[in-house]
Design a protein around this ligand. Structure first.
Ligand SMILES: Cc1cc2nc3c(=O)[nH]c(=O)nc-3n(C[C@H](O)[C@H](O)[C@H](O)COP(=O)(O)OP(=O)(O)OC[C@H]3O[C@@H](n4cnc5c(N)ncnc54)[C@H](O)[C@@H]3O)c2cc1C
Length: 382
């Protein structure tokens, strides 16, 4: 079985590993360098707090891999688990926490409701005044996305996969209604199956065979900030769900800060600005200063960047056989790093077993939008 994978982000590399490890002949094409898309620009968050079963199951399957990654893949991905804490300013958001925590607990997630005073036990710098409730989960955490990518790509190569960087796929070849290979900037390759793991560029790939993928690139930014007082390593990743800003400890008391406000227009993935905007940086530091007393006018921005979320209309991925010979794994809407180990396993199952078993992914086919069966994820502030 020969499989061509398009895209050398975390989803493509995880898929390459799980396929090669099960005996497939794998060749992955990345048009730039590994991680050049969204992966090297991610904040690294890994969590189980979601409001749909499929998102919870994807994360649980992924976390069981992240937990043992260093032992199994030989790469220390700097995985830290101080938890995830969501904050509510509005009563309606607090009611949502009540509902979703019950749902999460029923699905094996150890989340719980805290009042703002209780939350200070985990986030000593929390400015409690404007909050009415918090939802905390001790299993949340974060890791270094580039190290995760390295771990998967090295393991894929060791398992026999070929990884070709600087090679772009320029067309999909179709015979008798089946995708049978790709044209690339380095020539033509035959394949039994082609996997579209091109993230924000996946609609370009799909359009080569007339498929309209509902995936829209949205620009999102992050900063490393030297705060006014150090953010302790024990601080969870804190997200103010009503405001949209978030922060987590980075290293040596610094913080990684982000926030989903500003322009929501779709971006051309070949042209977007990769540096952060200075006015956004000032804005997000002001927002995060309302959340915790580590931040204020003397906080210093060390560096920042922008990347793309590959968004679907319902903020869930599309994982499916799109036509005979073509699998699609894209549209992770800001969750693709954390869910990549599960996705790689599912891609391997679809290719080699003809069906996915690790997680029931029937809700993730793209025709859900036409069938009126779009999902709804409430733990999302973009
Ligand atoms: C600011 C920010 C913060 C984020 N925080 C988190 C987080 O905390 N947790 C989380 O889980 N996720 C987070 N994400 C999302 C995460 O980065 C993505 O979901 C994930 O990296 C998607 O991986 P991917 O492999 O699908 O896509 P990508 O990493 O974008 O990889 C796709 C690759 O395809 C290549 N490609 C495109 N066209 C072609 C072609 N024609 N031929 C060959 N190669 C091609 C591209 O060059 C690219 O490298 C964040 C993203 C951003 C921008």
């Amino acid at each position: 079985m020969t499989v061509v994978i398009i895209g050398g982000g975390i989803v493509g590399c995880a898929s390459a590993y799980y396929l090669a490890e099960r005996g497939a002949d794998v060749i992955l094409f990345e048009r730039a360098s590994l991680g050049a898309g969204a992966t090297d620009r991610a904040a690294g968050g890994i969590r189980e707090q979601f409001s749909t079963e499929v998102n919870i199951r994807l994360s649980q399957a992924a976390i069981s891999v992240w937990e043992t990654f260093e032992a199994n893949f030989g790469t220390d991905i700097k995985y830290r688990r101080p938890g995830y804490l969501y904050l509510a300013r509005d009563d309606s958001t607090a009611a949502l926490f009540e509902e979703t925590v019950t749902f999460q607990n029923d699905h094996g997630v150890d989340s719980r409701i805290l009042d703002p005073e209780e939350a200070t036990e985990y986030v000593p710098g929390l400015r409690t005044g404007q909050y009415v409730a918090a939802a905390y989960c001790p299993t949340g955490g974060f890791a270094d996305p580039h190290l995760g990518l390295q771990g998967f790509s090295m393991a894929a190569t060791e398992a026999g996969a070929a990884i070709e960087t600087g090679v772009a796929v320029t067309d999909l070849r179709v015979r008798d209604g089946r995708v049978v290979g790709v044209d690339t900037t380095e020539g033509r390759y035959d394949a039994d199956v082609v996997v579209n793991a091109a993230g924000s560029w996946s609609p370009q790939i799909a359009s080569m065979v007339g498929i309209d993928l509902p995936v829209t690139p949205k620009r999102r930014q992050a900063l490393i900030v030297d705060p006014e007082s150090p953010v302790p390593d024990s601080n969870p990743l804190v997200t103010d769900l009503d405001d949209g800003c978030y922060f987590r400890p980075e290293r040596n008391g610094q913080a990684l800060v982000g926030g989903h406000f500003g322009s929501d227009q779709p971006y051309d993935p070949d042209k977007y600005e990769k540096s952060h905007d200075l006015d956004w940086a000032a804005d997000v530091v002001e927002h995060v200063a309302t959340v915790a007393d580590h931040f204020g006018p003397d906080s210093r921005v060390i560096r920042g960047w922008a990347g793309l979320y590959a968004m679907t209309p319902d903020h869930h991925p599309i994982i499916e056989e799109s036509m005979p010979g073509l699998l699609t794994a894209t549209g992770f809407s800001g969750h693709g790093f954390m869910q990549s180990p599960a996705t790689g396993q599912l891609v391997a199952e679809l290719v080699l077993d003809g069906e996915a078993t690790t997680v029931d992914i029937s809700p993730l086919a793209r025709d859900r939008f036409e069938r009126g069966e779009a999902l709804h994820e409430t733990y999302f502030s973009a």
